[in-house]
Write a protein that binds this ligand. Structure first.
Ligand SMILES: Cc1ncc(COP(=O)(O)O)c(C=O)c1O
Length: 484
């Protein structure tokens, strides 16, 4: 036994690295064959969870058997990395991003202050500038911050908006969004000190978009009542249905009413790399701030969000802070300190896991993958629209298609029976474990959703999903409604 086992020698490092790499290559290669949901029974899951709650031993173990344990834990999960993951907003995780991350963790550069590792800070800044200007269409000089996810991006945007528009008097500040906004929008407002009662849900039009006229009326009524409307949050790709709010109209409204305009484009933003996405997300370039989630539609592993802002000074003003222990830190050639733009001081170098895949594969590869998702969603919409027992209420703006069992007629009891049938349909589709779909509520009705985002989901898996949906719908329509 070496005296200091925390630092393995060269041969040991190569052996251990090889073992991990072999396992990962096997796992990635096997992804198409893996079940889309965990194959373990609830009892087996509970036992496994319990076994992982054990504390670490005083004396170390063997890597091979510990990796086998990790495999057991990884298998006890939704297969979020696989091609059958069509639930929620999938986040698949590029292999090349994992390689970048290994490099990142092993070099372990400090990311809070740019002067500590200026070239890595510049690399991260280049990713942010690309997202701000080329993806979102913000003007040169815009930038932002890589965050742990969309929720933290929206939080920092809300804090910046609050600081810019309300100063320190928060009591009467009001925020406007819709019932289809992700719950992180209301959470961010509350965390930023805004009263829950001052978070307004603007009604939506029948096509599930924010009603801009209603928003205008609410803002004016609140102002007349002595409140201080300061933030309008639109969604570019709702989680429920992938719908894009009317961004140009809302941008005009925010400008006319002097509100900060934030767009939650966590799901939709990167579709602007495609021609269709650019057209459907027109108006994004008018925003003051935008939430993006590279761990969704840029296929980067979980833990990678982004906030881009038109005016970096506003983000800086809201988050700046320092201490005398930092007095030795110099400037890094104009590259901003991430610590001065968000709540964290120590900041992991999230940029590497986007930079390496973007430079290795080129941006066209991402555009093509996202174009493929838009094509697949159109195919899903067309195919399901031809199934008479299903209702497919909206053409997808992006890559999410919603559908449900059609009620026999217009009475309430029929809608309730249809909701029950939709619930059973979801359960039966997922029971095959080839794909996993999720559900939501739209217009008060239980609604299934297929969300195509994974870079590993291609036509073959979508065909399989559609075959399952149509076969299980036919089974239920034929009166087979007992159990699975
Ligand atoms: C539209 C939208 N905004 C924000 C979020 C929250 O992002 P995160 O989970 O990265 O915090 C999600 C997550 O699915 C989302 O779909």
């Amino acid at each position: 036994m070496r005296p200091f086992p925390l630092e393995p020698d060269r041969a040991a490092m190569a052996d251990m690295g090889g073992l991990v790499l072999d396992r990962i290559v096997d796992r990635v290669e096997q992804l198409p064959a893996r079940p889309a949901t965990s194959p373990l029974s609830p009892e087996a899951t509970a036992d496994l969870v319990k076994s992982f709650l054990a504390p670490p031993p005083a004396r170390g173990g063997e890597l091979k058997s510990l990796l086998a344990r990790l495999d057991e834990a990884a298998d006890c999960a939704l297969e979020t990395a696989g091609p059958g993951h069509l639930a929620y907003i999938p986040g698949s995780g590029l292999f090349t991003a994992a390689l970048a991350e290994f490099y990142n963790r092993a070099t372990n550069r400090y990311g809070g202050l740019a002067a500590v590792a200026p070239a890595f800070a510049a690399l991260e800044e280049s990713v942010l500038r690309w997202m701000a200007t080329e993806v979102c269409g913000l003007p040169a000089g815009s930038g932002g911050l890589l965050t742990s996810g969309g929720s933290m991006a929206t939080f920092s945007a809300t804090v910046a908006a609050r600081h810019d528009r309300l100063g320190e008097d928060l009591a009467t500040g009001t925020v406007y969004t819709t019932a289809f906004a992700h719950h992180s929008v209301a959470k961010a407002a509350r965390l930023a000190g805004i009263r829950a009662a001052h978070i307004r849900l603007v009604p939506h039009t029948p096509d599930l978009r924010m009603d801009a006229d209603a928003a205008a009326a609410m803002i004016r009524a609140d102002r007349d009542a002595g409140l201080r409307p300061f933030l309008l949050v639109a969604t570019a790709g709702t989680t429920d249905s992938g719908t894009v709010d009317p961004l140009p109209r809302l941008a005009d409204l925010a400008r006319d009413e002097d509100l900060w305009f934030h767009v939650d484009a966590a799901y939709g933003g990167f579709f602007r790399l495609t021609a269709r996405g650019r057209q459907r997300l027109t108006g994004l370039e008018e925003a003051d701030s935008i939430t993006l989630d590279p761990h969704k539609t840029l296929f980067i592993p979980f833990g990678t969000g982004a906030l881009v802002v038109r005016d970096l000074a506003a983000l800086h003003a809201a988050h700046d802070g320092t201490g005398s222990y930092l007095q030795d830190m110099g400037d890094a050639g104009g590259v901003p300190d991430s610590a001065r733009l968000g709540p964290e001081l120590t900041h992991e170098m999230r940029g590497l896991r986007a930079w390496l895949p973007l430079h290795l594969h080129g941006t066209d590869a991402f555009r093509d993958a996202l174009d493929e998702k838009l094509d697949l969603a159109e195919h899903v919409h067309e195919t399901l629209s031809r199934v008479p027992e299903l209702e497919v209420p909206h053409r997808p703006d992006l890559s999410t298609v919603i559908f449900r069992v059609r009620p026999a007629d217009d009475v309430r009891a029929a809608a309730e029976r249809a909701d029950e049938a939709s619930r059973l349909l979801l359960e039966r589709i997922n029971a095959h474990r080839r794909v996993v779909l999720s559900s939501t509520v739209v217009d008060g009705r239980y609604t299934l959703r297929i969300c195509v985002v994974s870079h590993r989901t291609h036509h073959d898996r979508i065909t399989e999903a559609l075959d399952l949906v149509t076969a299980e719908t036919a089974r239920i329509a034929a009166g087979d409604v007992q159990g699975r």
